[in-house]
Design a protein. Structure first.
Length: 169
């Protein structure tokens, strides 16, 4: 704004007061502007100290953000690891259960197999006795042993199981 020249023609009183208020505001604004310049202007030494401090602060904030991101990633990885560990434990438990079940099944199978062998041997012994009795009814123990020794699919030849002669008379 330009300063008001008092040499101009007379202005009504209210206008004059308004112009005086404007001049006072202009002076106050000018003083305020000078004070702001003084407050904002830093000498070179203060600027030299402020720049590294600002850079350090920015770097520190960046590192804090990175730390927070890494902590979040760590929490995710730990959660996945715990889930994986639970899955591994469950799989090991299931493997133990299946192993025990397999051992039980093997024991049952072995018992059934032994029972089949025993019954197969009984059948062959009885067949030998029947065939010996039907051939002549005599006391020919060699023919009984020969028939019993031939064995079936479940008993090996010469298994050492000899029928007793108590059934032959």
């Amino acid at each position: 704004m330009q300063p008001i020249n008092r040499d101009q023609p007379a202005v009504p009183l209210r206008w004059r007061q308004a112009l005086n208020n404007l001049e006072a505001a202009q002076g106050t604004l000018s003083d305020l502007s000078k004070q702001l310049e003084g407050a904002l202007h830093l000498d070179d030494e203060a600027w030299q100290l402020a720049v590294p401090h600002a850079q350090f602060t920015a770097a520190l904030q960046g590192q804090q953000r990175k730390i927070q991101e890494l902590e979040q990633q760590l929490r995710v990885v730990v959660a996945r690891l715990e889930e994986s560990e639970r899955g591994r434990r469950a799989a090991e438990e299931r493997a133990r259960q299946l192993s025990a079940e397999l051992e039980n099944n093997a024991s049952v199978f072995k018992l059934h197999y032994e029972e089949l062998l025993r019954r197969e041997q009984e059948v062959h012994d009885l067949q030998a006795v029947i065939s010996a009795l039907s051939l002549g009814g005599g006391d020919d123990s060699s023919s009984i042993r020969g028939a019993a020794g031939s064995g079936g699919p479940f008993c090996g030849a010469g298994s050492g199981s000899e029928p007793s002669d108590s059934g032959t008379t």
